[in-house]
Design a protein around this ligand. Structure first.
Ligand code: FAD
Length: 393
């Protein structure tokens, strides 16, 4: 008999899990609380490890075509004036596959590609719908949905992001933690000559520039913001300009043009540090619901895709769903915690505003930045699913 899964939340984790499990023959129901697709993000980078996982889902080529590929993996570091500091190169080979090392893509485009696959696979998507309550029996779970339906299934996935309703129902003590950082993002027309991923460094501030299509790029600036900082939307352009006004060079034109017409987003960054296990009975948390990270490594999306791929592989290999869920946390939590820790450290180091400390950090980065990138990806690969295969059920 076909196994059935209910997935709460149609972000990257939920859509990818729906694709992976539908391809493995599961009957998938996906519920999303928004009544129309809307994204709390302008652009996103997907690094090579995430693209390799999107390849496993059969969606990588379309994703690359819908975004902007940094084919040589080059990340250019500049000081606040725009003078060159150093460069790093991101890897483009994962799982024995040559992939684009860095892809910039609009979040809406990413979703367009994923939702096209959902329709082709016949996944039922209920917009404007959420899980109201959950009941578990021995090897089954049932959920009451906000549209009044009761859905009985073999597995329920909470893929509903940082403020997960599913997590709140089953793990009420786990709360997101404010990271101390705010991220300011804006979308701009891309000048034809600007095709690099750029990271600009000033004391206590970072400002990135990343192409997301042939026509557009986005700016992302990170800065320490007070707890509970709230800013009225009409002030965002002025505030982003004033926070990052020290940045000139290639950023100057984009910061200067910010105004009421700009596409802007302010996000107070939170983390979810949830100890494994990430399941209770037949309810499992994936993506940001289980392990939201600060964005300094640009890995949250990739981790969400990897959750989906690993879960489907574990479930494909066994009829014992409970055992597969146990293995899931064992395999995924060290990798996700590693990303969270590495990302937090990068954020903390970038926030140092003392002039001497800042100069020291730049000096150290000049000689160690490439080694750190290489070490990060080597460690991530060691912590990846493929290194656990022999132990899988
Ligand atoms: C400022 C910032 C920049 C980032 N940049 C990058 C980057 O460059 N690269 C990268 O890989 N990652 C990045 N990330 C992280 C990345 O955005 C997340 O890790 C990723 O979106 C997680 O996907 P998800 O599906 O788990 O959660 P989400 O994307 O949050 O999706 C959750 C979905 O569930 C829905 N939902 C919520 N509650 C309910 C409910 N009760 N019922 C039903 N549905 C519900 C939501 O509407 C949403 O559609 C960034 C994060 C931040 C904050």
């Amino acid at each position: 008999m076909k196994r059935a899964v209910l997935i709460c939340g149609a972000g990257i984790a939920g859509c990818c899990a729906a694709i992976a499990l539908a391809r493995s023959g599961w009957t998938v129901t996906l519920v999303e609380k928004q009544t129309a697709w809307r994204f709390q993000s302008s652009g996103i980078f997907v690094y090579g490890n995430g693209l390799a996982r999107l390849h496993a889902l059969g969606v990588m080529e379309e994703m690359v075509a819908a975004g902007f590929a940094i084919a040589d993996g080059r990340n250019v570091y500049l000081d606040a004036d725009g003078s060159s500091l150093f460069e790093t190169f991101y890897p483009g080979r994962f799982d024995g596959l040559e992939v684009t090392p860095i892809l910039g893509i609009r979040r809406a485009e990413m979703h367009r590609v994923l939702s096209g696959h959902l329709s082709r696979l016949g996944v039922e998507v209920a917009l404007g719908c959420t899980v109201e309550s959950i009941e578990q029996a021995r090897s089954a779970v049932s959920a009451v949905l906000s549209d009044g339906r009761v859905v009985a299934c073999d597995l329920l996935l909470g893929a509903d992001g940082i403020r997960s309703r599913v997590r709140q129902l089953l793990w009420p003590d786990v709360q997101p933690r404010y990271s101390g950082f705010g991220v300011w993002r804006s979308v701009h027309d891309r000048p034809a000559g600007l095709g690099d991923k750029i990271m600009m460094m000033a004391r206590g501030l970072r400002l990135g520039i990343m192409p997301i299509s042939a026509q557009q790029l986005y700016l992302f600036g990170t800065v320490v913001e007070p707890v509970d900082a709230w800013y009225a939307r009409e002030d965002w352009a002025r505030l982003m300009q004033s926070r990052f006004s020290v940045f000139r060079g290639p950023a100057a034109h984009f910061l200067d043009e910010l105004g009421p017409q700009s596409e802007l987003l302010y996000t107070a960054v939170e983390e979810v540090l949830m100890p494994a296990a990430w399941h209770q009975g037949r309810v499992l948390l994936i993506g940001d619901a289980a392990h939201a990270s600060t964005p300094f490594m640009g890995q949250g999306g990739a981790m969400a895709v990897e959750d989906a791929v690993v879960l489907a592989r574990l479930l494909d290999r066994t009829t014992d769903i409970d055992r597969a869920l146990e293995r899931f946390s064992t395999v995924r939590s060290p990798a996700c915690r590693f990303v969270q820790d590495a990302s937090r450290q990068v954020g903390v180091s970038g926030a140092r505003s003392d002039p001497q400390e800042h100069a020291g950090i730049l000096d150290a980065m000049r000689t160690t930045a490439q080694a750190r990138v290489d070490e990060f990806y080597a460690r991530l690969e060691q912590l990846g699913f493929d290194h656990h295969q022999e132990e899988t059920p």
